[in-house]
Ligand binder design. Structure first.
Ligand SMILES: Nc1ncnc2c1ncn2[C@@H]1O[C@H](COP(=O)(O)OP(=O)(O)OP(=O)(O)O)[C@@H](O)[C@H]1O
Ligand SMILES: [Mg+2]
Length: 302
């Protein structure tokens, strides 16, 4: 993305080198398809990911490909490994085995501090916003990666600093309008209803115009009407902001209505990866996850 290319140019060279040291792109670039074919490359690919915590295998041999513009749901029972998968993609966890591909770059561990520079943004299962800051300032925080603090101190008061600040503020205004947060833009985020706080977190993730947006249970704990609104915002994030989305969600009706494809995890293993219609009638999925609620699911999702 143009903005991110700018970001990388502004970042100090050693930081870039460090990020690239973790990447194994140099080796893997040589085996990539010709440039003309790269447009069709998945935005995200996981190959053979394994992750253990002591004796617990959180992820076992998981492969996943997410195509550009897809809304890809990841579902599964509690403890199935969904959040672990997102934490591997965003570099919070280093897998014991496997690779994470972001576009044409492969990582053994994604450099989480440079996540935004790689075009990735995320929200957390447990809401992570600055409750004492205004909505506007929370959204601005989503652009904090653009300029390193040391560099900012050097250029403070300069035309460049003013231009960067104006661009960031404009981007924040844009996403605040997009997510209908204008009326509350000056409110302390912590004083808002929970559904709106979730929306603020989504705005902070979206403000950097990520290529890949990772959402860990964005609808958990919100009311039914907030869920419908948020669901529409997620769809619009893809349609208007061009983000490819990986969505973890327990509400099957929402998942089946919103996603293009659904990966199902059970006990750390991927047991299905198919369209919502196929997943709905997959016996292994019904047994592992949908279970007795299956009939309700059918009623809700049709
Ligand atoms: N940091 C950690 N330390 C130890 N065990 C962990 C850690 N993170 C996850 N696990 C374990 O890995 C397994 C998968 O957990 P994970 O949080 O990924 O599941 P989940 O599918 O997101 O569940 P939920 O639907 O409850 O959010 C669980 O057994 C969990 O206890
Ligand atoms: Mg989880």
């Amino acid at each position: 993305m143009a903005t991110n290319a700018g970001v990388l140019a502004l970042e100090a060279a050693p930081a870039q080198r460090q990020a690239r040291a973790t990447a194994i792109a140099d080796a893997d670039d040589r085996v990539l398809a010709p440039a003309a074919d790269r447009a069709a490359r998945p935005v995200l690919a996981l190959t053979d990911i394994a992750l253990k915590f002591g004796g617990v295998a959180a992820l076992r041999d998981v492969d996943l490909e997410v195509a550009p513009g897809e809304i890809r749901a990841v579902i599964g029972p509690n403890g199935a490994g969904k959040s672990s998968l997102l934490n591997v993609i965003s570099g919070l966890y280093r897998p014991d085995r496997g690779r994470v591909w972001l576009g044409e770059r492969a990582f053994t561990q994604v450099p989480t501090v440079h996540l935004a520079a790689h075009g990735v943004a995320r929200t957390f299962q447990n809401l992570a916003i600055f409750k004492g800051l205004s909505v506007f300032d929370n959204v601005l925080m989503g652009l904090a990666h653009r300029v390193r603090a040391g560099f900012l101190r050097q250029i403070i008061g300069s035309p460049l600093a003013r231009r960067i600040e104006a661009e960031n503020r404009a981007a924040a205004e844009d996403v605040i309008g997009f997510l209908h947060l204008r009326d509350v833009r000056e409110r302390a985020a912590g004083t808002l209803p929970y559904g709106l706080q979730k929306r603020v977190e989504l705005a902070r993730a979206l403000v950097s115009r990520p290529m890949l947006l990772l959402l860990d249970e964005p609808f958990a704990g919100v009311t039914l009407s907030e869920k419908r609104e948020l669901s529409e915002h997620v769809r619009n994030a893809r349609d208007s902001y061009g983000a490819t989305i990986v969505l973890i969600e327990h509400d099957i009706a929402v998942v089946l209505g919103l996603s293009d494809r659904v990966a199902v995890l059970d006990n750390g293993r991927k047991i299905a990866d198919a369209t919502p219609d196929e997943v709905r009638s997959d016996q292994a999925v019904i047994d592992a996850y949908l279970g007795v609620a299956h009939q309700d699911v059918m009623e809700l999702a049709v």
